[in-house]
Write a new protein. Structure first.
Length: 335
């Protein structure tokens, strides 16, 4: 895995206006992404995890410019693409692709599978019609589908096969980065393993970089090199996968890991963390640390001071005031 940063995201924000009344006046903002920063190296997978509604998918769609960022910068290969539009953005569209969560809704039911995969080649005017057909046939074989299936329509495939079509479509333009928006969450467990192994094989073969958005920590642990944990629009912890699972340094990560199913013999030795209340509304997020309202270790300063995402130990970033107070981690080992 190369250490060169392919993607650099700095202080990324995405706020959605709330329109009310007859004149559709803006009455508030949904703070979906609230100052997120990270890098993805060439050939690396960054797993992005968190509860539903924390802003994971919005991060992926915003860095691909499917949504316009409210603030922050997005750099691909060192080039700032934050404000690029139209033809100026086209070369970067080719370098970044997406695999969607729902294999049923993400494919056009009126197009054949071959047309779906080859559409990007047509849009970017790559090759002759015959070369495009050959390219699509090769992609079908690479993702484990028969080339004859190019003439079939999406409703003729199973969920796993549809997601393979989605992967072939993402590969059509030889991208550098693929954003997987929970690409296996809608699939059966046995099919999930096949798709994850396919993605890992493709990464080794094509030197791809992934931003892998998920809520299943077991899947993230299997595929990711590094993991970033999001809560209510912010990254609260980021490190390599081994450090995260062996020594989490944020109470929210502790709670997520304590909910992962494990054998009963190991469960007896694990401290179960039950979070109180629900995730606050991103329309009016809590002041200070967004997590303080549910955190069992919250202090008075947590209600007013925003903790910075900083390096607590080498290569391990966390945003928690407990580290300033000398609290011993991991908390789950505490009585």
């Amino acid at each position: 895995m190369s250490t060169t940063a392919l993607l650099e995201v700095t202080d990324l924000k995405k706020h959605f206006p709330i329109h009310t009344g007859v004149f559709s006046r803006v009455s508030g903002q949904v703070h979906a992404v609230d100052g997120v920063s990270f890098q993805i190296a060439r050939g690396e997978t960054l797993g992005l995890v968190g509860e539903s509604g924390c802003g994971k998918s919005t991060v992926g769609r915003t860095l691909l410019k499917l949504l316009e960022p409210t603030a922050g910068t997005i750099r691909v290969g060192g080039q700032d693409i934050t404000h690029l539009e139209g033809e100026a953005l086209l070369p970067y569209r080719r370098r970044m692709q997406m695999i969607y969560q729902d294999p049923y809704a993400s494919l056009n039911p009126r197009m054949t599978a071959g047309e779906i995969v080859g559409e990007a080649l047509t849009i970017h005017q790559i090759g002759t019609p015959q070369e495009r057909r050959e390219r699509v046939a090769a992609l079908f074989e690479r993702v484990g589908l028969r080339p004859e299936a190019m003439r079939s329509y999406p409703h003729e495939f199973s969920g796993g096969q549809r997601q393979r079509i989605g992967i072939a479509r993402a590969l059509a333009l030889n991208p550098d980065l693929i954003v997987g928006d929970e690409p296996v969450s809608a699939l059966d467990v046995s099919i999930q393993a096949q798709i994850i192994n396919l993605l890992m094989d493709l990464q080794d073969e094509l030197k791809l970089s992934y931003l892998f958005v998920a809520h299943d920590l077991a899947v993230v642990e299997h595929i990711s090199h590094r993991v970033a944990v999001m809560y209510l629009g912010r990254i609260v912890e980021m490190t390599d996968r081994k450090s995260l699972f062996d020594m989490p340094l944020h109470p929210y990560t502790e709670a997520l890991l304590s909910a992962v199913p494990i054998p009963k013999s190991a469960a007896r030795r694990r401290k179960r963390v039950i979070l109180k209340g629900d995730v606050p509304s991103p329309i009016n997020p809590p002041s200070g640390c967004h997590f303080h309202a549910r955190c069992p270790y919250a202090m008075p300063r947590c209600r007013t001071e925003v903790p910075q995402l900083r390096e607590v130990v080498a290569g391990h970033l966390a945003s928690c005031h407990l580290h300033d107070e000398g609290v011993t981690f991991p908390l789950r080992s505490a009585s």
